[in-house]
Design a protein around this ligand. Sequence first.
Ligand SMILES: [Ca+2]
Length: 270
Amino acid sequence: MRFVAESEHGRWGNTKYASAAELKLMTSLNGPRDSNISQLGWSLHAVDSESGNDSATNAFDGNINTKWHTPWGPDETQHPHEIAFDLGASYDITELSYLPRQDNSTNGTIAQYEIYVSTDGIDWGTPVSTGTWVNSKSEKSAKFDAKTGRYIKLVSLSEVAGKVYASAAEINVYGKASGQLSVTDIDLLGNENKITIYPNPSNSDFYIKMKNFETSNISIYDMSGKMLNHVTTDQEVFKVSNESILQSGLYIIKVVDETRKSHYKKLIIE
Ligand SMILES: [Ca+2]
C-alpha cells in the first residue's frame, strides 16, 4: 500500500510539507460504493445559514453549477456551518460525497468536517465520520460503518483558506440498496391514479403516463427495494425499453413530480 500526499493546505497556502500523526487502515470501509440514494426523494431538513441565490437546496439539485453558500458581507455567519437532509425514508447509510463549488473561487470549500446520521432528525448522537478534506475541486468522500437513519447532517468546522464561509455544489449519500424502499412506500401502493402503466402486465417495452406533471423523476425498484434504473423526463408519456432492465417478476415504479410528491405503481413483467 502506498499513501501519496499531493498537496498541503491551510490558511497560509500550499507549502512543500506533508505530515501525519496517525495512519490507520480501515479495511471494512474499502469495499465498493453502495447505491446512490437518489436526491429526488430528499428534502432540506435544516441549514444554519444560506444566501439568496445560493440556497441550501442547490446542494442536492443534481446540477454541479449551482451551489449552497453561506452569506457574506454584513450578513456573514461563523463556523460551524451545517446542512441536514431528510432522505425521505430510512437507509443503512455508509457514505457521503461532497463536490466543492466548480467555479474559480474556493470560498466556502469545506476542510474540517463532521457527518451525523439520525433516525428522527433530532437526536444526532456522535459523528459517523470526521476528518479534513483536501483543497481541490474534485469530489471528496467520507465512508463510514453503516448507520441506519433517515436524516444526515454535514457540519463544516473550517474552510480551506480559513474563511468564515461554507459552500457545496453537490452532496450525495450512499447506502444499502435494501433500504431504498421503506414499508411506508409499500403502504402507498394502493389507490394511486396519477400515474398509469401500460401494458401491465408487460412482456416487453412499457409506457408510464403521468397526469399533469411538469417533470417526472422515474425510478424502478425490484422487490428487494433495490433501485434498478432512474430517469428524469418532462414527457407526459415515457417509454421504458425493457431489453436489459427487467426479468420476469414484480417491480415498483416510483415517480416523483416537480413538487417532490412521490407516486407509486406496481408493474408485472411476464
Ligand atoms: Ca448543485
